[in-house]
Design a protein around this ligand. Structure first.
Ligand code: PLP
Length: 395
């Protein structure tokens, strides 16, 4: 079948929840994806910040194949070696004390919200606790994650969502303070807002919210599903300022393509929140998924991924700044490491379509922002190649 025939079949069988680009993928290699007609694309999307190690990484593939030949799935009612190793390594790189593996980012957020509510419940026995979330946030598509997602467009048709959520403005401490009550049990936000347009939390905001949380015994939940796992040049973005959350969510790049996520917590929260019978998942942390996490963390170290992100991220920053100066239609440039965004004075859909036609994959973050989230193995030459195509599309 050719591409058009495949797409027709897809549209006849799949629920239409995405307006997809007219491409059917065949395979990937390093920074490039190839469609079934052999066309090559430079990828600055990485499956939405997932494929950190690039496509077809031999060491990663071999580790997965070896695990497949041993056992793919058992049950969380038993122990398995990959999960033990993955949890140990994740603790070391995240600075957190306890790990719960999930199948996705949204499921990690669900777990984080449950842990926070249980913590507050054990403290005072009440069941009317409140959570403060941010406007323009994104935490996933399940009902609980949607409840803390500050974007009416994603939420409206699905209400009522879980109650007692109050919204504040990101990077505006006074607006957070204004939402605090005696019932507040947690504050949740992304250390770098991703879908909302690539807005990093300021150091001041992080420190002020953290101090408030400590003073009132409110839990700080940082969602690092997109900005975590090396993308900002730190394993987790909070490490840049040392403002440690009580609960941390991770997914996307954590398994580099195997669907897996995690929520993690400090010992203080673990001792006083979810306990046996409170939470579970059939697949979460199965041997295949955890073999992936374990290998990904090893490869981050062996391949000096953080050094590469800092070096190439700084180069990308410089080059995008220069691009801003040459084009009046670009209004702002934000981000860190290999998580950056350019805000235009109009919707960017047409530019992205043109880029795709020219063999470059880009993605938006909100209507007016182009987001740059390549695999973390990108080189300066890949940045140059990307910019040459982008500049052509802006002309
Ligand atoms: C992608 C994302 C999620 C949801 O993850 P899924 O795996 O799609 O459920 C949650 N929070 C943030 C910050 C994300 O970027």
């Amino acid at each position: 079948m050719n591409m058009k025939e495949y797409i027709d079949e897809a549209e006849a069988a799949l629920l239409h929840t995405y307006n997809r680009y007219q491409i059917v993928w065949d395979r990937g290699d390093g920074m490039y994806l190839y469609d079934i007609e052999g066309r090559k694309y430079l990828d600055f999307v990485a499956g939405i910040a997932v494929f950190a190690l690039g496509y077809n990484n031999k060491a990663y593939n071999d580790a997965l194949k070896a695990q497949i030949d041993k056992v793919i799935h058992t049950s969380n009612y038993y122990y398995n070696v990959p999960a033990i190793e993955a949890a140990k390594k994740l603790k070391a790189v995240s600075g957190m004390d306890r790990v719960f593996f999930t199948n996705s980012g949204a499921e990690a957020v669900e777990g984080a919200l449950k842990a926070a509510r249980k913590y507050a419940f054990l403290r005072d026995g009440h069941t009317d606790h409140e959570i403060i979330a941010m406007n323009h946030s994104f935490h996933g598509r399940t009902m609980g994650a949607l409840s803390v997602t500050g974007n009416p467009h994603y939420r409206e048709a699905f209400e009522p969502l879980i109650g007692n959520i109050r919204f504040a403005d990101f990077n505006d401490f006074a607006s957070v303070q204004a939402q605090v009550t005696d019932k507040t049990c947690a504050v949740i936000f992304e250390t770098v807002q991703g879908e909302g347009g690539i807005y990093p939390a300021t150091e001041d905001f992080l420190r002020q919210v953290k101090a408030l949380c400590e003073e009132r015994d409110i839990l700080l939940i940082l969602d690092e599903i997109q900005c975590g796992m090396g993308r900002t040049g730190y394993m987790y973005a909070w490490q840049r300022w040392g403002v440690k959350p009580d609960i941390l969510t991770s997914a996307k790049a954590i398994g580099c393509g195997v669907p897996v996520g995690a929520f993690m917590m400090t010992e203080k929260v673990a001792r006083q929140s979810l306990t046996s019978g409170d939470h579970g998942t059939t697949y979460g942390g199965n041997p295949l998924a955890c073999a992936a996490i374990s290998k990904v963390i090893d490869l981050f170290d062996e391949c000096n991924i953080l050094d590469n992100v800092r070096e190439v991220g700084a180069y990308l920053y410089e080059r995008l700044d220069a691009l801003c100066k040459r084009h009046d239609c670009i209004k702002a440039h934000r981000g860190a490491g290999l998580l950056q965004g350019l805000e235009f004075d109009r919707p960017v859909g047409d530019i992205i379509l043109k880029a795709v036609d020219n063999g470059l994959l880009l993605i938006n973050a909100g209507a007016n922002v182009i987001r740059f989230i390549p695999p973390l193995v990108a080189s300066k030459e890949h940045v140059d190649e990307m910019l040459a195509i982008l500049e052509k599309c802006l002309a």
